[in-house]
Every structure is written in structure tokens, then in C-alpha cells.
Design a protein around this ligand. Structure first.
Ligand SMILES: C[S@@+](CC[C@H](N)C(=O)[O-])C[C@H]1O[C@@H](n2cnc3c(N)ncnc32)[C@H](O)[C@@H]1O
Length: 203
């Protein structure tokens, strides 16, 4: 059975919900691996690919159109060699498709905040996702989160604390990429909002 369908744009489309993403890419090796989850237009992915050509960078998004643009952007900047684009759903990816302990640093930047109370169930970050994050991170792995929405930030801090899976990692854990601004962060900054970043370490 062919679990992967590779499009003409070389985007890996994860089609089997029980697939462990280690058949195609050797994720259980020693290569430092970054995951930009919900990569959008790819500001962080491109920035990290340029900064760390020796690292493996996974860029995941549910929207194929966005991944196509990221692919073009990577090629234009001649930094696509170490990047794998994954078209997938985040909960499936972290819950089932990635092997245990394969990611060194996992970034979820400016996810949709769904600010209305009746929509808050649609938020990506949940107690279940905390368990999945903990599963896929390597020992001492870093979970990096940002949002312009203070309520979402407070909710995520609560989720992380209640999970008991992480300790605050401090700014040092993400200082190397602090200069990289994603498209959504730039949009929020342009209208005067602040976008705090937090990093936690897996315990
Ligand atoms: C608000 S954008 C942020 C994009 C980028 N991180 C940034 O800061 O510019 C959220 C991104 O997450 C993707 N996304 C939303 N829900 C998702 C899910 N369940 N699984 C995978 N990607 C998802 C969207 O398609 C979108 O590209």
C-alpha cells in the first residue's frame, strides 16, 4: 500500500492516519530536527532553512496552496535542500503520524486564536495536544509558542502548566531565531499589537 502521495511540487501528503512518518524520512536519527507546525507562508521555515542548512526542517500545514508557495519561496532563496513540506492535520501529525521522540524544537507561531467563546473549541492547542507534543519531542526538546491574543496565551500557559510535561525554557531556547518574524507576526506588529513568544522544555 502506498501511504504517501508525492505531488509534482514535492510536497509530502500524509494520507494514512496511522502512518508513522519514519518510513520516508529517517526521523529517529541524530539530525537536529525543527518542526514549523502551521507554517503558513513560511517565514519561519525559510528563516531557519537559511540559518541552519545542516538541520532537518519540517514545515507542516493543512493548506496545500500555502505549502506550494513555501516551496517556491524556498527554491527562490536556494534553501530547499533540508526542508520537507508536509500537508497534514496537526493533531493527526503529532498524535499518530510522527514517531516518538523525533523533534528537537517544535514551533507553533500565531495559530488562529478563535477569540469568540463559542469557537474556542476549534483552537489547535488543547490538553490532548499537550500529550502529543510531549510524545514527539526528544529529551529536553523545546516547544515554542507565540500569539498576539492575550487570552489564548493565558489559556496555553494554563494548559502547559496543568499538563506537568514542561518547564519554562527561558528566552535562550529561542534567542537564535528571535529576529525571524512570521507573516502573521508582522501583520500584528504593523497594527501596534505585541506578539510574545514563550518556550518550554520537555521534562
Ligand atoms: C494564522 S496562520 C499562522 C501561520 C504562520 N505560523 C505565521 O505565523 O505566519 C495558521 C496556519 O495554521 C494552519 N492550520 C490551521 N489549523 C491547522 C491544523 N489543524 N493542522 C495543520 N495546519 C493548520 C493554517 O492553514 C495556517 O496556515
Amino acid at each position: 500500500m502506498n501511504n504517501f502521495a508525492k505531488t509534482e511540487e514535492e510536497i509530502l501528503i500524509l494520507t494514512d492516519k496511522y502512518l508513522v512518518l519514519d518510513e520516508k524520512i529517517p526521523l529517529k536519527d541524530e539530525v537536529f530536527t525543527e518542526l514549523d507546525l502551521g507554517c503558513g507562508k513560511g517565514g519561519l521555515t525559510v528563516g531557519m532553512a537559511q540559518l541552519y542548512p545542516e538541520r532537518r526542517i519540517l514545515a507542516a500545514d493543512i493548506m496545500l496552496g500555502r505549502l506550494r508557495k513555501v516551496k517556491k519561496r524556498l527554491k527562490r532563496n536556494s534553501c530547499d535542500e533540508n526542508v520537507t513540506l508536509l500537508r497534514c492535520e496537526a493533531n493527526m501529525l503529532l498524535g499518530l503520524q510522527l514517531p516518538d521522540a523525533c523533534i528537537d524544537r517544535l514551533h507553533i507561531l500565531c495559530p488562529d486564536p478563535w477569540p469568540k467563546v463559542r469557537h474556542s473549541g476549534r483552537r489547535l492547542l488543547s490538553a490532548q495536544l499537550m500529550t502529543s507534543l510531549h510524545r514527539v519531542l526528544k529529551k529536553d526538546g523545546i516547544f515554542h509558542f507565540s500569539t498576539d491574543d492575550p487570552e489564548y496565551m493565558a489559556a496555553v500557559v494554563r494548559l502547559v502548566n496543568e499538563s506537568g510535561f514542561f518547564v519554562n525554557a527561558g528566552e535562550d531556547a529561542i534567542s537564535d531565531i528571535a529576529h525571524i518574524k512570521t507573516e502573521f507576526e508582522l501583520d500584528w506588529l504593523a497594527i501596534g499589537r505585541t506578539v510574545p513568544h514563550v518556550a518550554w522544555k520537555k521534562i
